[in-house]
Ligand binder design. Sequence first.
Ligand code: GDP
Ligand code: IMO
Ligand code: MG
Length: 430
Amino acid sequence: MTLQVIVGAQWGDEGKGRIVDWFAAQADFSARYNGGDNAGHTVTVGSRIFKLHLIPSGIIHPRIVAILGNGMVVNPGTLFEEMDMLRQAGISVSPERLRLSCAAHLITPAHQALDKALEAERGKGSIGTTGRGIGPAYTDKATRRGLRLADMLAPDFCDRIGDHVTEANRTLRMLEAPELDPEPVCEQYREYAGRLKPFIADTSLELHTALQAGKTVLAEGAQGTLLDIDFGTYPFVTSSSTTAPGALTGLGLGLDVACGARVVGVVKAFQTRVGSGPFPTEVFDDLALRLRGTGEHPWDEYGTTTGRPRRVGWLDGVLLKYANRINGVSELAITKLDILSGLESLQLCTAYRCEGKLLTDLPFGSADLSPYEPVYEELSGWREDVSAVRRWEDLPSEAQAYLGRIADLAGAPVRLVSVGPEREQVVNHP
Ligand code: GDP
Ligand code: IMO
Ligand code: MG
């Protein structure tokens, strides 16, 4: 049995979608285990660019079965839009190919309204959420009043949706935010329930059985390690378990499948972050523009879900080492190496300095990293365009050296290097 976990090692948007697409060519199942439509995963196949928010990125491969696990929060409206988008591109999304866990939780317009109202209330201390209702949906789950996909099949589902909106209205009133009329929400969710019914299943049992039968399951993390509810830069995090161990609880799998699991840490060749929170290696001005791009290319650093410009900086080896430890990374996939071509030199953060002391591990309680000054190692850049390179030995020696230092700092080998967004723009490390 083979479980392969593709996990973001930074603050999200590492290029997980394109790496999942690469591994999916050899897999049987592609499964998302956390988050909801706050995620935006891009897969580029020739001239077609797929932006997926809920459906696992492996769906583009015809033989894959796609699973939305119990750890997810699902907005049915986004799901149906995504299904339509895929169908228009000629990709089948029948219940034979796509199944949703009966234990996944629903996102409703009331969750979205609460997300926005709570962010407004936080004012300057806002998290910069995607506004998709993620936090409030997981809050309902944790306080045991959430609505699960299985509830859609119950005769009293509409009453429960109505009660949920009425309950949310109480909080919205306190926050002086507009309230919602329960009636249209009930109507809409009644209709969603009818359409979703054939897709709802016991996905934990299905994945367990598949693994027992020797199938390969690709677990796709959303967000990244540093946005994890427990291990991220709290409170500037998302509300789910984004790390590789989260794949077990988020898919309903036991520890037996963790033995021998392949854990691929996806690392962008530089650092990015959307929303608020600490970012020790952040850069500004001309260098930021150079790393971010101006928005003329589809891969420039603007949010896939919200379109917000991403904050950018040098790769942070301290955070990378931490991500490796928390996830148990067995190998690294480095993305966007091509973006660094043409830079004269590169800075790689190898430690933090604070009050004369050097730290190579993330300081205890990571909420405020402002006292920690990054210590940089300077490496030579390379001029060559690497986007057409397919063999490790054809990469410029400076690029090989940079990748080698990343592996040293992370404590895991580099297995894949992505040199462009297209499916084939990949270098395998022997
Ligand atoms: P995800 O959320 O981790 O799946 O990443 P996103 O899809 O949000 O953002 C990654 C962006 O970079 C997308 O536009 C990808 O098409 C693009 N991308 C991925 N790998 C590469 C690469 O190696 N080079 C370039 N230029 N773009 C890439
Ligand atoms: P993918 O899967 C980058 C960030 C938001 C915000 C914080 C909390 O594409 O890598 P939320 O809406 O989840 O409550 O917002 O998390 N965030 C992401 N940043 N990539 C993502 O997903 C993200 N999903 C959420 O910007 O700072
Ligand atoms: Mg993304």
